[in-house]
Ligand binder design. Structure first.
Ligand SMILES: CC/C=C\C/C=C\C/C=C\CCCC(=O)SCCNC(=O)CCNC(=O)[C@H](O)C(C)(C)COP(=O)(O)OP(=O)(O)OC[C@H]1O[C@@H](n2cnc3c(N)ncnc32)[C@H](O)[C@@H]1OP(=O)(O)O
Ligand code: FAD
Length: 651
């Protein structure tokens, strides 16, 4: 019945202060208040409904997304929402759209790689959405290998312009979100060519479409790359294709914070030659044409990717927690087998197999939340250091963002699929919310750095650390523990056998390094002051589940390396079962702490009141296929089949 909480009996079992845990999950009392208010605002506004998405064609879906983006922007303006509140509104609207890339990549790239002048010119336009931006780096032929990008930006000293060109089919920009139909501007990454010399890949602000009639500007061939995985909401995103035909842009549209090309003061008869002049080191090119080679890492050009990767880790905890919330609530509602003397059947959440599959994912959602908080701090710290020309932590920041992005997105994608399976057949219904959540989420394992490619970066960082063991450069920060692997030094010559040869094993080592990072940050979180009755105790249980689940999963490695004995392994498994029993009475309260509205969850199986079956039944009849009792096509195809005369004796 409506209005009845079918999960009340579960909520009454809770042994901790759920409201206090909601604040821990949100990050602070302020963050909770903002999230709670904005999520309810979105949920209560029919303009943001999303329950009809699965019945729309791609063009209808896309147009509806444009409508929602415009409606969201109007809501932000009308309600005078802050940047924080606006970001929360876009989050709870929960619609993959061009705005994700505009706010999540285009603006951060200008902030991170634009000079002060460039920021002053372009950011006000972008913040007011008077231009809509996309991040055009990937090409048809290259995505992972950024240095292999083929788009060229050739400097023309005669006109003080860059000529942007797509020299080959494979140099076509391919995948950038928002590019296909909406973006008016792009940050296009291209190989800079100055005076015939290649100067590496840099970012350039390029206008794509007219601000008057939205038509592509001369020299631009641009469109959408077509339908993507499943029929999910990601098809509302216009990932595009773009070819440049000798498009000219002013020199001041090259993002120059990491590099600047200035005119040399040369005798008038000399050809103007431009050399990179890295502003950060204020290594101005002198009038005599002297240029001090700077040691600023060229990878500062990759700054936007560092930023997005750390946001993706936070996103992983959100996506995984959504799936776990659905599967946990449904596991408490669903009963199957186990009836005693005609009594109720057993809740599937009480089966040890269900607990052993579900509770590690619940623990992972919390673990990723906390490591995401730490990674946000690390990113802010490295950004501050860069301002002061301190590049010392940049390699570690790159390794951490790359590794944790890879680890958390893989675990989350796998976890969403596991949650679908934990819900049995009904998990395969769109009304469960899980198929769409999976379809929208899984590209996170690929975009912003393919996960294996990123783990190889972590492996490279670890091997570089090993190679420095014994030197005066002691490992610090997240690799400080490696001082305890001095024995690796002896086998260093083995390690030289070839990174490529060992890469599959090194990727596993990289995963282990990142798992250690997640566990250690969870432990550090528990060392903080955590208010609320029973809250810290619950988090300790979840931390132990996360760590012991990993120990169980990788038992072979721990045993074969002598890190644990078989006795330890047995004790760990026993403890894990005990921990599952401790979580069981608190499971519903632990997912309530995510504070998701039914609108945001978009799942009948995960609805707050647990009133699943009537809602499933009601939803079925809303499917367009049930608009007529006799389906279209019956008279044309089925009736002739049923009425056909059997002409051959054989049948
Ligand atoms: C939810 C997200 C929210 C908002 C986003 C909006 C919408 C969501 C939807 C989609 C977003 C996705 C958008 C995209 O996909 S954008 C395109 C992303 N593309 C990539 O990530 C490309 C991946 N490839 C790379 O990053 C690089 O090519 C590379 C693999 C790292 C190799 O680079 P390369 O130049 O060849 O360098 P190496 O020779 O491997 O290394 C040299 C040296 O540099 C160091 N390094 C590499 N990268 C970085 C970095 N980013 N920062 C700092 N340092 C870096 C590397 O460690 C090495 O150092 P050594 O000391 O070992 O020399
Ligand atoms: C939904 C979605 C949205 C996107 N949005 C954007 C966007 O807005 N802007 C943008 O610029 N791009 C975007 N991209 C593109 C995305 O960034 C790239 O697809 C991604 O970086 C992976 O690159 P790739 O496609 O070249 O993969 P590849 O590198 O071709 O990967 C193919 C396989 O090769 C393997 N591999 C590659 N190199 C190595 C190596 N050195 N050693 C071992 N194995 C290797 C990989 O592990 C993988 O298994 C998006 C992609 C998707 C799916």
């Amino acid at each position: 019945m409506e209005g009845v909480d079918h999960l009340a009996h579960e909520r009454n079992k809770s042994e901790f202060d759920v409201d206090a845990m909601k604040i821990v999950w949100a990050g602070s009392p302020h963050a909770f208040v903002v999230s709670d208010r904005i999520s309810k605002l979105v949920a209560s506004d029919p303009g943001f409904r999303k329950d009809n998405r699965s019945t729309l064609s791609r063009k209808e879906l896309f147009k509806n997304t444009l409508r929602k983006a415009a409606y969201a922007w109007k809501t932000i303006i009308d309600l005078h929402l802050s940047e924080e509140e606006a970001a929360k509104l876009r989050f709870y609207v929960d619609e993959p759209a061009f705005t994700d890339v505009h706010w999540g990549m285009f603006i951060p790239a200008i902030k991170g790689q634009g000079t002060e002048e460039q920021q002053q010119k372009w950011l006000p336009l972008a913040y007011k959405m008077q231009i809509i931006g996309c991040y055009a780096q990937t090409e048809l032929g290259h995505g992972s290998n950024v240095q292999g990008l083929e788009t060229t930006a050739t400097f023309d000293p005669q006109t003080d312009e860059f000529i942007i060109h797509s020299p080959t089919l494979t140099s076509s920009k391919w995948w950038p979100g928002g590019l296909g139909k909406v973006a008016t501007h792009a940050i296009a990454y291209a190989l800079l060519i100055v005076g015939g010399r290649e100067q590496g890949v840099h970012g350039f602000i390029v206008q794509l479409r007219s601000l008057e009639d939205h038509s592509p500007l001369p020299g631009m061939t641009v469109g959408d790359i077509g339908m993507k995985f499943g029929n999910g909401a990601y098809n509302a995103m216009d990932n595009g294709v773009l070819r440049f035909d000798h498009v000219r842009i002013p020199r001041n549209q090259m993002l120059m914070r990491c590099a600047q090309y200035t005119c040399l003061c040369m005798p008038s008869d000399a050809k103007l030659i431009l050399e990179p002049c890295i502003l950060i080191r204020v290594s101005q090119v002198t009038c005599e044409g002297k240029y001090k080679q700077s040691d600023v890492p060229r990878q500062l050009v990759y700054g936007a990717m560092l930023y997005v990767r750390q946001t993706i880790v936070a996103d992983a905890s959100c996506a995984l927690s959504r799936a776990v919330c659905i599967a946990t609530r449904y596991s408490a509602v669903r009963r199957q087998f186990g009836s005693q003397n005609g009594g109720p059947e057993t809740q599937v959440i009480d089966y040890k197999t269900q607990q052993s599959r579900l509770f590690p994912l619940l623990a992972s959602a919390y673990a990723f939340r906390f490591v995401g908080e730490w990674l946000k701090w690390l990113y802010a710290d490295v950004t501050q250091r860069l301002q002061a020309n301190d590049f010392s932590t940049l390699p570690e920041a790159h390794a951490c963002t790359a590794g944790l992005k890879s680890l958390t997105t893989t675990a989350t994608a796998d976890g969403i699929e596991e949650c679908r399976k934990l819900c049995g057949g009904h998990g395969y219904l769109c009304s469960s919310g899980l198929p769409e959540l999976f379809a929208v989420y899984v590209p996170a394992c690929t975009y912003e750095g393919e996960n294996t490619v990123l783990l190889l970066q972590v492996a490279r960082f670890l091997m570089k650390t090993v190679s420095q063991l014994g030197s005066s450069k002691k490992p610090v920060g997240t690799i400080a523990y490696m001082t305890r692997v001095e024995h690796l030094m002896q086998c260093r010559c083995g390690v030289q056998r070839g990174f490529a040869e060992l890469s599959a094993d090194l990727v596993e080592a990289a995963v282990a390094h990142c798992q250690l990072l997640v566990v250690s940050k969870f432990i550090e979180k528990l060392q903080q002051e955590i208010p609320g009755k029973g809250v810290k105790q619950q988090l300790e249980v979840l931390c132990n589940i996360y760590a012991l689940f990993l120990l169980h999963k990788h038992q072979g490695d721990f045993l074969s390396t002598g890190c644990i004995t078989p006795k330890h392994a047995a004790l760990a498994n026993d403890e894990l079962r005990s921990l599952y029993s401790q979580v069981r009475p608190n499971a519903i309260a632990l997912v309530d702490a995510f504070n998701y509205t039914d609108h945001y969850l978009g799942s009948i199986l995960g609805c707050y009141d647990g009133n699943v079956y009537p809602k499933l039944y009601e939803a079925a009849w809303k499917d367009p296929l049930n608009e007529s009792v006799v389906p279209d096509g019956y008279h044309q195809y089925i009736r002739p089949l049923l009425k056909q005369e059997i002409r051959t004796a054989r049948l």
